[in-house]
Design a protein around this ligand. Structure first.
Ligand code: MF3
Ligand code: CO
Length: 250
């Protein structure tokens, strides 16, 4: 069942979303050569706590950190650690914050110093893929209208969408119904209603769509070793243009 939020609940989600977006921005600013992914995690943990919120990811299904930091061929769920970022890396940061009974969830991929033109194009196409889906996320449309718009844009630009992981409803729980794939034919799935809050999150591979699950139980990489990017916001469905709750969005 897809939960429709009341105006009061939406106000609480705006608050969670703002903190989550600020945590993403902080992480993004830290992406520089010489910084470790653990330093980013520590800074995000302290920032979220300083706002009176809790990191949504910490201990979620045993996840050991406050943020996912996924570098280069890592698509999602990279665990922060001693890895030192270096010039030319692309760094996906995914973060959630919980306050007032609600979660925010968002992600973005940031360049570390100077990166290749092709890596920048991957980042840009992934972000725009989100906004193509976003434009379809309005009352009366169906879930797969979002999915189709993301896939069509990404593939028209020569990249691939990951199939095994999807966007999702978000609210009192980080993962609620419905699932929101980044691929599929339009016109399928539940109808969108104003007051639904969802996380739309394209995961885009520069090469093939195939993934590889790492033995740490979390990290997901591209099978072909090529780069991947991720971009996510928590959004509110309205009768018109949706509202980004994890605002400001990069
Ligand atoms: N942001 C991720 C998602 O959208 C959640 C990360 S998984 C966690 O599903 F375990 F790290 F929390
Ligand atoms: Co998510």
């Amino acid at each position: 069942m897809i939960i429709v939020k009341s105006e009061r609940e939406i106000e609480l989600m705006r608050r969670a979303g703002k903190i989550t977006a600020a945590a993403r921005a902080l992480a993004g600013e830290m992406v520089k050569p010489g910084v470790t992914t653990r330093e980013i995690d520590k800074a995000v943990f302290h920032f979220i706590r300083s706002q009176g919120a809790e990191p949504s990811f910490l201990n979620y299904n045993g996840y050991p950190a406050s943020v996912c930091v996924s570098v280069n061929d890592e698509i999602i769920h990279g665990i922060p650690g001693p890895r030192v970022l270096k010039e030319g890396d692309i760094v996906s940061v995914d973060v959630g914050a919980y306050i007032g009974g609600f979660h925010g969830d968002c992600a973005a991929t940031y360049p570390c110093g100077k990166i290749s033109e092709e890596a920048q194009r991957l980042i840009d196409v992934t972000r725009q893929g989100f906004f193509e889906g976003f434009a379809q996320a309005r009352e009366g449309n169906r879930i797969s209208d979002i999915s189709h718009a993301v896939q069509a844009y990404v593939e028209a630009n020569g990249f691939s969408v990951v199939r095994e992981y999807v966007g999702h409803g978000v609210g009192r729980n980080m993962h609620e119904a419905p699932e929101i794939p980044n691929y599929g034919a339009p016109g399928h799935g539940p109808k969108l209603l104003r007051g639904m809050t969802i996380a739309v999150e394209p995961m885009v591979n520069a090469g093939t769509a195939a993934i590889r699950q790492m033995s740490d139980g979390w990290t997901v990489k591209t099978r072909d070793g090529k780069y991947a990017a991720h971009y996510e916001n928590t959004i509110l469905i309205t009768a018109g243009e949706p509202e980004i709750l994890t605002a400001p969005a990069p």
